[in-house]
Design a protein around this ligand. Structure first.
Ligand code: APR
Length: 259
């Protein structure tokens, strides 16, 4: 396979507004399973059981949800950023990151060093819990203690409302600010880089299309093919960590040569 990482590095250096868009494939090398690869979350659990309406509908479905959410949290809570996350943080340090749109809920971008104001968490975060009635926020670890000591579907200690990790489930409304901002940034960038996403879940998967329509170059870094391969300018199939490391290595080499 021809190595297009040098071409991506050239695009990065020639671009003024770069948006990076990531999915679960960026975090598999940190030990967090993705959703649609073999062995992924939707291999083990039926997504139908985890729609927001289910969560609201019965105590037993909430207990089932918390069981799945606890298993996912256990894989995330001690996870460390991998070379892919570190490369994206370096892009910000180089002043080459307009914004990072993430579908991931694992909090690894801030652990890698990206600043909070640069990161748009389209699907929320598993790192805290919110009450669906009064919006009171709780640290995730404190609620997990309650779950592991038998409180299978915890409720708010202020108003008795239902507690749910601050993630967006199928059927739950998207975070308004983050979604509007993601559309705006995607429409204004000149380079849009997708890393580790199958690009099948909307409206998140609209962002690369919005960017392309607005005239941006579209780069896709992914192990397998994605739903947007047909509109990509450059596709690099491979492991996100390794590919992103090679791209940043080229960026540094070109910068030194042209300094
Ligand atoms: N390097 C590169 N690509 C990888 C790697 C890796 N190490 N591991 C997995 N991938 C690729 C897979 O080939 C796949 O195409 O990452 C992609 C992950 O796709 P999904 O599992 O569908 O994850 P994602 O695109 O983030 O899903 C979007 O679906 O269920 C919802 O809310 C959930 O945010 C999630 C959304």
């Amino acid at each position: 396979m021809e190595d297009r990482t040098g071409d991506v590095a050239r695009l990065i250096l020639d671009s003024k507004k770069i948006v990076v868009f990531v999915g679960a494939g960026l975090s598999t090398e940190s030990g967090i399973p993705d959703f649609r690869s073999p062995g992924g979350v939707w291999d083990k659990y039926d997504p139908e059981d985890f729609y927001f309406q289910n969560f609201l509908s019965s105590e037993s479905s909430r207990e089932k949800y918390w069981q799945m959410a606890t298993e996912m949290y256990d894989a995330m809570k001690d996870a460390r950023p991998n070379a892919g996350h570190i490369a994206i943080a370096e892009l910000e340090k180089l002043g080459k990151l307009d914004c990072l749109i993430t579908q991931n809920i694992d909090g690894l971008h801030s652990k890698a060093g990206n600043s909070e104001e640069k990161v748009l968490e389209l699907h929320g975060t598993a790192m805290h819990v919110a009450c669906l009635t009064c919006q009171k926020r709780y640290e995730r670890a404190s609620i997990q203690e309650r779950v592991s000591s038998g409180d299978k579907a915890p409720r708010c200690d202020s108003c008795g409302g239902l507690l749910k990790p601050a993630t967006i489930s199928f059927g739950q409304s998207m975070p308004e600010r983050e979604t509007a901002e993601a559309y705006r940034r995607s429409a204004a960038c000149d380079l849009f880089i997708v890393i580790g996403s199958s690009l099948v879940v909307h409206p998140a998967a609209q962002m690369p299309v919005v960017a392309k329509r607005a005239g941006a170059k579209l780069v896709i870094v992914n192990r397998d093919e994605t739903a947007c391969d047909d509109i990509a300018d450059i596709i690099v199939n491979g492991q996100a960590g390794q590919v992103m490391e090679a791209i940043l290595e080229s960026v540094r080499r070109i910068k030194d040569r042209e300094a």
